[in-house]
Design a protein around this ligand. Structure first.
Ligand code: NAI
Length: 694
């Protein structure tokens, strides 16, 4: 069957218009590429004076169709389409609105000229999917704007707004008014001009200062420890400065092919699609509408309440924090201000935008403010009694129909909901610290929570820039429940031979933003100790550390000792405590390899993740991975814990779990039933279907 075409060809006098119509984001699937190639040929046959390429709907084009990556490629390839453009006798003008990203921008770069709407943005985000631009982006962009400017765009992969793109020379004009008409007029006016194709330009790369380029590359690459694609991007851009266009394209192509087939790109694409997948909630009727939220109220202006309020203010949603007394309120608001001021000082926020954000935030000790809320988020002390009291009060004060959310990190949402007359509108909105920075939002569904309430939380989460994952109601929900399970192995590893710095080194070498010991010091070791005590659990080493007054960063020492700059250093006292405890317990210490440390800390999490899937607490395995990459400093290029397990193979995972369960006597490591089943069937977490978050 002939492949369908997704390009519309219209004419405005002798200016021909090719409109890419592959909703929603105009990816350059086969039918688009073929349509463009044929459209250009037809326009030339019909005597066009100029050709305008434009996108239908939301944007110009979001780039290549990544789902085609795993299939045999159908002709024409993008370079073949570009060839048709570059050999055209009449100018081809890309008219960009919305976004031109990845292959979308590469298409535009192959054109004779580029014009854009003022709100458009362009970029090459390939690095974030684990590869490099693969259709000439690394060769044409430096020829247009210079090597260093191109490096600053391609290595971080962040989009560039139209005005900046114009200043740099990526685009030729920013056009006001409806874009198609303006672009046609521009093309008509400029059709007689002689354009130099990007591939032919030499002026911006000739005599480039390679030492300066390399220094810039080194400083940009510092931010992406362990990740391959930024290095590939830098090398490909460098080739534009040292090679001919054709040879540079070959360097780019080889780098692309190597990276796209690699493990890191697989992981990054798994997370990219996973974040989108996570917004699909099984069982939610398609016509579910979120309730409108124009104003939010946050209860409690502590660590979390303040950060949550900032999220709303940052995205232009008016928010009021309610505190129990004037001092706590002032302290909370001051902290928000100090946070914003730091961002202004670092140059990442203008004074004007700070003023706008600050104006969105207000505070009060008067609970009547709750009556104005379209959404209430509670972030008071983590105690069921307090939460219930607060929710009973909120239920009376909030308008009927308003969603009441709790930021609790462990407590039972159903019990909290039982304090109200509207359990269907009660749910968890679990932010992660610092709430204004971390992208993850666990949306916790209680047994009575309605679809509408979930849709409302998801809509709000999206508006404030969060990655939403809907989870079921259980102790610790998904992320904290899983990380909690690695603790017994951490204690065992310390006893058997590792030191805190060994554990953190192994985890950080894997790519984690921070190892578990350093993380514990940041959160406060006394908190975990209190939880253990309440549960009647003992951890001889961790308990001895806390008993020595080492609560973590807040006391200047914990697993480490901290200097005035809050830099951590290994502490001989910790080693002494560990050695003494091991001796007392008659454990013979040995050298433990990093690979063993990694396995013993990740396997218990995977095992718990499997139980979470069995119970339907998480809808699908990739949701768990998204939780870790957006809320727990797990690098996206590693793909998350369930991805890690799938890549190892569930049979190996089962065998290793069983082995460690036996040698360490940790009952928690007994392979979960789901792992047993999948291992027997040769299955994987990724291949399982979605379940409702219970
Ligand atoms: P916090 O102690 O910093 O702040 C709690 C604030 O609530 C205090 O300012 C307090 O004055 C206020 N408050 C207490 N009772 C109140 C009442 N009846 N009315 C109005 N205000 C009241 O605590 P934090 O860390 O902000 O935690 C708040 C909630 O967020 C807890 O449920 C916690 O489990 C959860 N959470 C904490 C995270 C963290 O990393 N700290 C992460 C995610 C959730």
């Amino acid at each position: 069957m002939a492949e369908e075409r997704f390009v519309e060809h219209t004419r405005d006098g002798d200016i021909h218009i090719l409109r890419i119509a592959n909703p929603p984001v105009n990816t350059l699937r086969t039918g688009v590429r073929a349509g463009l190639q044929e459209g250009i040929a037809a326009a030339l046959r019909e005597g066009a004076r100029a050709i305008v390429l434009i996108g239908d709907g939301r944007m110009f084009s979001a780039g290549a169709e990544m789902t085609e990556f795993n299939k045999p490629r159908q002709p024409p390839s993008l370079p073949e389409v570009f060839d048709a453009i570059e050999t055209s006798k009449v100018p081809v003008v890309a008219a960009i609105h919305g976004s031109a990203l990845g292959g979308g921008l590469e298409l535009a770069l192959a054109c004779h000229a580029r014009v854009a709407a003022p709100t458009a943005q362009v970029g090459l985000p390939e690095v974030k999917r684990g590869f490099v631009p693969g259709a000439g982006g690394t060769q044409r962009l430096p020829r247009l704007i210079g090597g260093e400017a191109a490096l600053k765009i391609i290595v971080p992969g962040e989009p560039v707004p139209a005005a900046e793109a114009l200043r740099l020379g990526i685009i030729d004009a920013v056009l006001e008014g409806p874009l198609e008409g303006a672009a046609v007029a521009w093309a008509r006016e400029n059709a007689g001009r002689s354009f130099t194709l990007a591939r032919k330009r030499e002026d911006r790369i000739k005599g480039a200062d390679l030492a300066a380029f390399d220094a810039l590359a080194a400083s940009l690459l510092k931010r992406s420890r362990g990740q391959e694609s930024p290095k590939g991007c830098a090398a490909a851009v460098r080739a534009a400065l040292t090679h001919s266009f054709e040879d540079g394209l070959n360097v780019e192509r080889e780098t692309f092919q190597k990276l796209v087939a690699g493990e890191q790109s697989l992981a990054l694409r798994h997370i990219f699609f996973g974040e989108r997948e996570a917004s699909r909630i099984p069982g939610m009727p398609a016509d579910t509408q979120p309730l409108p939220v124009k104003k939010a109220v946050v209860i409690g202006a502590g660590t979390m309440g303040g950060g949550i309020a900032m999220c709303f203010a940052n995205f232009g949603i008016p928010v009021t924090v309610v505190e129990q007394n004037a001092e706590a309120l002032e302290r909370g608001l001051k902290k928000c201000e100090a946070n914003w001021e730091r961002t202004v000082k670092s140059g990442r926020l203008s004074a004007e935008d700070y003023a706008k954000r600050r104006a969105m935030l207000s505070g009060t000790t008067d609970w009547n403010a709750v009556a104005e809320a379209d959404l209430v988020i509670e972030a008071v002390f983590e105690e069921m009694g307090v939460k219930k009291e607060v929710f009973a009060k909120l239920d009376k004060l909030a308008r009927p129909g308003v969603v009441l959310a709790s930021n609790t990190s462990t407590l039972d949402i159903d019990q909290i909901a039982s304090a109200t007359q509207r359990p269907e509108l009660v749910l968890g909105m679990h932010f992660f610290s610092p709430a204004n920075v971390m992208r993850l939002l666990e949306i916790v569904r209680g047994s009575a929570t309605s679809h509408e309430a979930i849709a409302t939380a998801m809509d709000v989460g999206k508006r404030i820039g969060k990655v939403n994952v809907v989870v079921g109601n259980c102790d610790g929900f998904v992320g904290n429940r899983m990380t909690g399970k690695r603790f017994p192995q951490m204690e065992r590893l310390l006893l058997e031979g590792a030191l805190p710095q060994d554990i953190d080194r192994a985890m950080e070498a894997y790519g984690m933003a921070m190892g578990p010991c350093a993380t514990g010091d940041l959160a406060g070791l006394d908190i975990g100790a209190a939880v253990r005590k309440a549960r009647g659990q003992v951890a001889p080493i961790a308990d001895a550390i806390v008993a020595a007054g080492r609560y973590g960063q807040k006391t200047g020492k914990g697993w480490y000792v901290y200097d005035e700059k809050r830099q951590r250093h290994p502490d001989p006292e910790v080693e002494r405590i560990i050695l003494e405890t091991a001796e007392k317990m008659q454990v013979r210490r040995r050298k433990i390899e990093d690979a063993e440390i990694l396995e013993r800390l990740l396997l218990p999490m995977v095992n718990e993740g499997a139980r979470i899937l069995e119970e339907g607490i998480a809808v699908r395995a990739v949701d768990i991975d998204v939780i870790f990459t957006s809320g727990f400093g797990w690098p996206a290029w590693r793909g998350g814990p369930m991805f890690w397990a799938d890549r190892m193979g569930l049979k190996a995972v089962r065998d290793k779990l069983a082995h460690y369960a036996e040698v360490t006597g940790d009952p928690n490591l007994k392979p979960a039933a789901l792992i047993e089943t999948l291992a027997d069937q040769g299955g994987s977490f990724a291949a399982m279907g979605a379940k409702r978050a219970a």
